[in-house]
Design a protein around this ligand. Structure first.
Ligand SMILES: Nc1nc2c(ncn2[C@@H]2O[C@H](COP(=O)(O)OP(=O)(O)OP(=O)(O)O)[C@@H](O)[C@H]2O)c(=O)[nH]1
Ligand SMILES: [Mg+2]
Length: 219
């Protein structure tokens, strides 16, 4: 394979993304309500998805830090919008870890509160550059994911579908799930055509996702 101008630009972006994610990343704050959001002074990338899909783990894998975002096997671990600053002097962008949606066992008022927080944030945040909608490789798209996708389409917020826990399925199964999701994504105007499959455990797809994030930030 030869390096055309696009490839060289791609390498350059990937290298800058690698460096940024290896540099300073600071926890900024937890916002339990919209009025607690930080001033909108930097582009934001938000991690959305069903409870337990692996949002917090993916943030840890991307930043190569074990305990930056709190992950656990107990669904409902993340309960607020957690902000992480990427880059320090200058701050380059922010990652936003969100509570999961579709967590039936949680108390009803809590689920409702999270849903409003997530929806209001996703719909109304001017500095939100891209949402990442995480989907478990074992389960594929569920109706709650489709609801969020529809909402993002309507609000014209561009999003990436990202498969998680790819280490938990056979490669043939992963390919089938990917194909199904590609077909469905094509019907959603705000969905990015590139579906990235990842494993936070094995580090698969992590470098590609870093590059996709920086590309979104710089758009
Ligand atoms: N095998 C495997 N397990 C993973 C992966 N990513 C996350 N997990 C596990 O899945 C569980 C849930 O991960 P979290 O990152 O806490 O999920 P979350 O989406 O942040 O969950 P909530 O905050 O409750 O919405 C944890 O036990 C993780 O160790 C992965 O890529 N591979
Ligand atoms: Mg979490």
């Amino acid at each position: 394979m030869t390096d055309g101008p696009d490839n060289i630009a791609g390498h350059e972006l990937a290298e800058r993304a690698r460096k940024l994610f290896a540099g300073p990343i600071d926890f900024l704050k937890s916002a339990p309500k919209l009025e607690h959001l930080p001033d909108p002074i930097a582009p934001e990338i938000a991690f959305a998805g069903r409870s337990n899909v692996g949002k917090s783990s993916l943030i840890n894998a991307l930043t190569n830090r074990n305990k930056l975002a709190r992950a656990s096997n107990t669904p409902g671990r993340t309960q607020e919008l957690n902000y992480f600053d990427v880059g320090r002097d200058p701050l380059v962008f922010r990652l936003v870890d969100m509570p999961g949606y579709g967590f039936a066992e949680a108390p009803k008022d809590m689920v409702k509160r999270w849903r409003f927080l997530i929806n209001d944030y996703l719909r109304g945040r001017q500095v939100l550059k891209r949402a990442l909608v995480l989907v478990d490789s074992r389960h594929g798209l569920k109706d709650v994911d489709r609801d969020v996708m529809k909402m993002l389409d309507d609000a014209a917020v561009s999003y990436h579908l990202v498969l998680t826990k790819a280490d938990k399925v056979k490669p043939t199964e992963l390919e089938k799930t990917l194909e199904k999701i590609r077909v469905e994504a094509a019907k959603h105007p705000a969905a990015h055509p590139l579906i990235i499959s990842t494993s936070s455990e094995e580090g698969w797809g992590i470098a590609d996702l870093r590059t996709a994030i920086l590309e979104a930030v710089e758009q």
